[in-house]
Design a binder for this molecule. Structure first.
Ligand code: GAR
Length: 213
């Protein structure tokens, strides 16, 4: 059965766009895009494709719980099978996370558990790490610690600055998010504690073509 996906964004929306472009290979379709800022540039990607958009400006809410309630209702109204936080820069409370438990995923621009939170590229460069990357994980009440669905590592090069590193990670994010959403929509993910098992995955050894004769 084709899954209904609700995507939450706060800004540019390049992950949303890549997901929309990958929809042909995913048994799921984006039915609603919700932004917590009216000026979120990514909204146009949804509008151009005739996908319903909803803006709930978080700055208009003094109470976090009320924002979460309104947001939760807007998500629930499209009865999604999957909620994707794709550059949604707002911390969600326990209640709304519990409401969509097991069906809400987030993309984070670092190899968790390294560099949760903000300014991940800047912090990775300051630490001189040789590898950086991105993570897609299930959302749990604690920020950036939920069960990890997938990760992609990218090298940190000697001439990198924040911009070049961010661009390399973002490219990896676009592929990773589409893959993880596809696995979810194919019902191939099982959560065991803090680990996520991917069913029917082809091992690297199997995927590498053996030389013939
Ligand atoms: C992406 O790099 C995403 O990983 C990050 O925001 C960017 C959004 O870009 N998300 C977070 O930092 C969440 N903690 P996009 O709007 O072009 O997809």
């Amino acid at each position: 059965m084709v899954k209904k996906i609700c995507v939450l964004i706060s800004g540019r929306g390049s992950n949303l766009l890549s997901l929309l472009d990958a929809q042909g290979e995913i048994p799921g379709h984006v039915v609603r895009v919700i932004a917590n800022r009216a000026d979120a540039a990514g909204l146009k990607h949804a509008e151009e494709r005739g996908i319903e958009t909803v803006v709930i400006p978080s700055k208009d809410f003094t109470e976090r719980d009320l924002f979460d309630q309104v947001l939760g209702d807007a998500i629930a109204a499209c009865v999604p099978d999957l909620v994707v936080l794709a550059g949604f820069m707002r911390i969600l409370g326990k209640k709304i996370v519990g409401r969509f438990s097991g069906k809400m995923i987030n993309i984070h621009p670092a190899l968790l558990p390294s560099y949760p939170g903000l300014h991940t590229h800047q912090r990775a460069l300051a630490d001189g790490v040789k590898w950086h990357g991105c993570t897609v994980h299930f959302v749990t009440p604690d920020v950036d610690v939920g069960p990890i669905i997938g990760q992609t590592a990218v090298p940190v090069l000697s001439h990198d600055d924040e911009e070049t590193l961010a661009a390399r990670v973002l490219k990896a994010e676009h592929r990773l998010l589409a893959d993880c959403v596809r696995w979810y929509c194919e019902d191939r993910l099982t959560v065991r504690g803090n680990a996520v098992l991917l069913r029917n995955s082809v091992s690297i050894a199997d995927a590498v073509q053996q030389p013939q004769g």
